[in-house]
Design a protein around this ligand. Structure first.
Ligand code: URA
Length: 212
């Protein structure tokens, strides 16, 4: 894994290959959705790589031993609706007992500001590691608003996972929430005048759900 601008860039060949298939304008809705899920699983593997471990006494068929298990810390997956949902099943495949917080935000098409329309998070969020997910870190407005809101309800330990990240979004998120570490599959060139990531992959929600 590469570190660029303080961001964990997941350059694993499987991730990069699947991402290229998704970027292609000819990728079908079905394939796009499946690939998003698969990359969700692979990014989940990376974002949980340094979870604290402890030793547990167990008995194998041959001997007693102390073997490593993940220590105490429980997870919350927090997809930003709607595109963030694309990662969710893939991540739950690896951590099926994780709780889920839903954060409904849409982008005002003129100001590009994030407007909240739904928020529901587990009560014990303060005791959990929260992994916020949105495939596209573009302006960073949604990411910042989601994390502001999660902190308001007590979240303290937060990580952010995206598929693509624009330099503008990284700078905005790091400026507002410097302690939140970011994982992404690629850092892109720039945003266009409509706040879309270039070269990017278009509108992730529309491509995933076939709404355009
Ligand atoms: N959201 C998307 O779906 N695509 C972009 O390029 C930027 C934000």
């Amino acid at each position: 894994m590469e570190q660029l601008f303080g961001v964990q860039c997941v350059d694993h060949p499987l991730v990069q290959h699947k991402l290229t298939l998704m970027r292609d304008i000819h990728c079908s809705t079905r394939s796009f959705r499946e690939l998003m899920n698969e990359i969700g699983t692979l990014l989940c593997y990376e974002v949980t790589r340094d979870l604290p471990m402890e030793l547990r006494a167990i008995t194998t068929p041959l001997a007693e031993m102390r073997a490593p298990v993940i220590a105490g810390k429980k997870l919350v997956f927090a997809p930003i609706l709607r595109a963030g949902v694309g990662f969710l099943d893939g991540m739950l495949r690896l951590v099926p007992s994780a709780r889920v917080a839903h954060i409904g935000l849409y982008r005002d098409p003129v100001t590009l500001g994030a407007i909240e329309y739904y928020f529901k998070a587990p009560q014990d969020i303060a005791d959990r590691l929260v992994i916020v997910m949105d495939p596209m870190l573009a302006t960073g407005n949604s990411a910042v608003a989601a994390i502001d809101r999660l902190k308001e309800v007590g979240a303290k330990d937060i990580r952010f996972v995206s598929l693509l990240a624009a330099p503008e979004g990284i700078a905005h998120l790091q400026g507002q929430h410097p302690e939140v570490k970011i994982w992404t599959a690629a850092i892109e060139d720039r945003l266009n005048d409509h706040g879309y990531i270039v070269p990017g992959l278009g509108d992730a929600g529309d491509r995933m759900f076939g709404t355009k």
